[in-house]
Unconditional design. Structure first.
Length: 392
């Protein structure tokens, strides 16, 4: 037997050469693992709302409302806003008449960069309203009552099952998401404040403010991203390093605008501040060891959001029993629960799912005839000694 670092020469009998070949094949076998990940997200939402709005007013001779003497303005859940700040409101700059160029717009309005964000919870259709319903006439005054009532339950299930084959010791990435592209930096605000220009009539030009432009765009995956690193051990078990990460988009946050001085006593703030998205992240890191074909279940990635509104008319809302007619109450709950099922299977050199025989398995052992419980149902795993019939 001779070995030069790259080649092995063996001179022996045919029987011994076969043994050497089998040994080399066993050590040269590329171990591969098939990873199947099932993501199941359950969304549950419930909404209950009951509110009363009163209007007391008198009528003129034409039958139209003349003076509103009393009115409640109780909110509903659909009228609440998100805690995430949206873009600022547009600003209006009014220049003196002698400084406005002929044909120029005065006042000048700086446009808004990002529109106002809606509520973070979609409450569906509006409540059942009895709008402008005349309840009665008291001493010549009309009394209207608007009742808002809504009860809603909703749920949805999302299931995806990507599958990937990876070499033992190599990290695989499974992504089920949408890509969101946004700028990391913004350019400087441009203005002609401090410069002078005149027209033929002798009047100066108006003030021009150009918001900063977005620069240096980056991309973030919004959804589920999981990395898994399998390692096949000598006894046939599989060591898994799992790192699932769930990213959700919440809204935008504005970090203030730029102050521009038009004159000694006039300072405006351009609403094109540094705007960045806000993400919520749920992440788990774990390492487990399983047998060939076993399934690992990961849970606990739960998120629950509760929003409530409790408005009332002062004094009248504190009256027992009757005070409920002067209150508006609403509560909305949304709960998200993400379950991840990861199944690891050894892959044979031929590319099919292999079934490894457990070494030193004694009859009557707990793992002699294992049954694997997976989202697809119970799977019976029969060892090679039990599956192959005895021959004489």
């Amino acid at each position: 037997m001779a070995f030069d670092g790259t080649k092995l020469w063996v001179t022996n009998s045919r029987r011994n050469l076969d043994k050497v070949r089998n040994i080399l094949l066993r050590y040269n076998e590329i171990k591969q693992v098939e990873i199947e990940a099932k993501f199941m997200e359950v969304n549950q939402g419930a909404l209950k709302e009951l509110g009363f709005n009163w209007n007391v007013y008198n009528m003129d001779a034409d039958g139209k409302s003349k003076n509103v003497l009393f009115a409640t303005n109780n909110r509903t859940l659909g009228q609440t806003t998100s805690d995430i700040q949206a873009g600022s409101q547009p600003i209006t700059i009014l220049q003196p008449a002698d400084q406005v160029q002929p044909g120029a717009e005065n006042p000048y309005t700086v446009p808004q960069v990002i529109p106002g964000l809606p509520s973070t919870i979609n409450l569906g259709s509006s409540a059942i309203n009895a709008t402008n319903t005349l309840l009665g006439v008291i001493n010549g005054y009309n009394v209207d009552l608007v009742v808002s009532a809504l009860e809603q339950k909703q749920g949805s299930d999302l299931l995806c099952a990507p599958k990937v084959t990876v070499i033992s010791g190599v990290t695989a990435t499974i992504t089920v998401s949408q890509q969101m592209r946004y700028p990391e930096t913004w350019g400087d605000v441009q203005s002609n404040v401090g410069t002078s220009s005149s027209t033929g009539s002798g009047s100066s030009a108006g003030v021009t403010i150009t918001p900063g432009t977005p620069q240096d765009f980056t991309t973030t995956d919004v959804g589920v991203v999981m990395t898994v690193t399998p390692n096949v051990e000598e006894d046939g078990s599989i060591n898994l390093v799992l790192n699932p990460k769930v990213t959700e988009f919440e809204g935008f946050m504005e970090y203030g605008g730029v102050a521009v001085a038009l004159s000694a006593g006039t300072i405006v703030t351009v609403p094109s501040g540094f705007i960045q998205p806000v993400f919520s992240v749920r992440e788990v890191n774990t390492t487990v060891t399983v047998f060939d074909g076993a399934t690992v279940v990961m849970g606990g990635l739960v998120r629950e959001e509760v929003r409530s509104v409790n408005d009332q008319v002062p004094i009248l809302g504190d009256i027992p029993l009757i005070g409920r007619l002067f209150k508006s109450k609403g509560e909305s709950r949304q709960k998200k629960n993400l379950l991840i099922f990861v199944t690891a299977n050894r892959i044979s050199p031929g590319g099919s799912v292999g079934r490894e025989q457990f070494q030193e398995m004694r009859p009557g052992s707990v793992f002699q005839n294992p049954v694997i419980i997976s989202p697809g149902g119970a799977v019976q795993r029969v060892l090679e000694d039990d599956a192959a019939p005895a021959t004489k």
